[in-house]
Design a protein around this ligand. Structure first.
Ligand SMILES: Cc1cc2nc3c(=O)[nH]c(=O)nc-3n(C[C@H](O)[C@H](O)[C@H](O)COP(=O)(O)O)c2cc1C
Length: 402
């Protein structure tokens, strides 16, 4: 039996032949736990919390932000007492799929939003200065901070209730339930996000059958293009974690677990069909699995969403990241799930024509940029993707986390 046929049997593709129920049973072992460092776990559990530096406390939640390929491209400078300077970790970029680092900057914004929300939880006001040493252009990353965040104790600060969703939020890559998203929920999301946008950005949902059908075709086509691009494919393979040993070793990237496969299903796939060695030997075959998965994900999707900005400077990318993180937390608090599918938005040359088609059918104006495309729906939770520790992100190696 071929690997793809086996994956079909256990339900990774829609042509399910036989699904032993035990293989699809929800797997609670890591469901609400993360693979991550003890210092972070201790903070979440409130261990010695009073004695901890407030910056370490809020950073322990910032690292849970959604970010491209779970690269966690964050570095922090903690040199002055109440301030955090955030930098892009330039050793953790995605040059093939994100050649202008737009998505990496969105991932800086998601980090900032989690940080601001968690500051309110601990009774602190976070004041952000974007690009305090100057903003750089869209084709480069300079060694300058993205933001400087000052934390100030403020007993009058209102706790942001989205804090309660930070540990629960995830990008849910499962197939979604056959259920249309409640119109009131969609309107609430659109109003909440658009009412504070000052026309700088807009959130739009699409559930018209004809448009959904076009979105589905485009998403699969984009994955086909990405999978045919050897370098982009290898970049994904590099971040795919083929087994638990890899997850524990790297504490970044993503695996079949985020698509809802139980540990037993993964045991079979990982032991008999899918390995780093095989994927590197035959990246095209690995890509075919990604295409099949995308097909099933979009076929099960009844609502897509887009976040579009009027401008596309570095600051716009960071700020829309903050909006995306908030949206994902709000969605979580409402019992919905979401999952970005970014391939068609990516700026490498193979994607140009399909991207033009997508921008045309979405009536995107010439100067606007669709920053995020995602699906929205209902699904059982999946395992969290792993996280490295806060200490891995601190620039000053003399700083010690108590
Ligand atoms: C800018 C951006 C682009 C993303 N694009 C994709 C994507 O194309 N496909 C996908 O499966 N996940 C995508 N994601 C989700 C990430 O894979 C996910 O956030 C990361 O693995 C961490 O997992 P978590 O969100 O469950 O914590 C994207 C996230 C961000 C912030």
């Amino acid at each position: 039996m071929q690997r793809r046929d086996f994956i079909k049997i256990i339900g990774v593709t829609s042509s399910v032949i036989f699904v032993p129920s035990i293989l699809n049973a929800s797997d609670n072992k890591y469901m609400d736990n993360y693979y991550c460092d003890d210092d972070v776990l201790n903070t979440w559990n409130g261990h010695n919390i009073e004695e901890k530096d407030i910056r370490i406390k809020v950073l322990s939640y910032a690292i849970l932000a959604p970010n491209p390929h779970n690269k966690q491209s964050w570095l922090v400078n903690l040199k002055s007492d109440d301030t955090i300077e955030l930098y892009v970790d330039q050793t953790r970029l995605l040059p093939q799929s994100d050649p202008y680092h737009r998505q990496i900057h969105i991932g800086q914004g998601t980090f900032l939003e989690n940080l601001v929300i968690s500051s309110t939880h601990f009774g602190y006001k976070a004041t952000i200065i974007y690009f305090p040493k100057g903003e750089y252009g869209n084709k480069v990353i300079e060694n300058k901070p993205i933001a400087s965040i000052t934390l100030e104790k403020d007993i009058s600060i209102k706790k942001d209730k989205l804090f309660d969703s930070i540990l629960k939020r995830h990008s849910n890559k499962r197939e979604y339930e056959d259920k249309i998203v409640d119109l009131d929920q969609m309107t609430e999301l659109e109003n909440t996000v658009n009412n504070i946008s000052n026309d700088d950005y807009s959130l739009k949902f699409e559930n018209n059958e004809e448009m959904i059908s076009s979105f589905r075709k485009i998403a699969v086509n984009a994955m086909e293009i990405e999978s045919a691009n050897l370098k982009a494919n290898l970049e994904t393979i590099e971040m795919f974690r083929f087994n638990n040993d890899e997850v524990e070793k790297y504490k970044d990237g993503f695996s079949l677990a985020q698509s809802g496969k139980s540990s037993l299903a993964r045991f079979f796939i990982e032991n008999f069909f899918l390995s780093r060695e095989k994927a590197l030997k035959d990246p095209i075959e690995f890509g075919k699995t990604a295409i099949d998965m995308t097909q099933n994900q979009v076929d099960s999707t009844k609502t897509f969403g887009t976040l579009t900005t009027k401008n596309n400077k570095r600051r716009d990318q960071v700020k829309i990241g903050r909006v995306y993180a908030r949206l994902n937390l709000l969605v979580t608090s409402m019992g919905l799930v979401m999952h970005p599918i970014s391939q068609v938005l990516q700026e490498y040359s193979d994607m140009k024509d399909l991207q033009a088609d997508f921008l045309s059918i979405t009536n995107t104006k010439k100067d606007e940029t669709v920053q995020m495309l995602f699906r929205l729906g209902y699904a059982k939770r999946t395992e969290h993707s792993p996280r490295r520790g806060v200490k891995d992100m601190i620039i000053d190696s003399n700083y010690s986390i108590s």
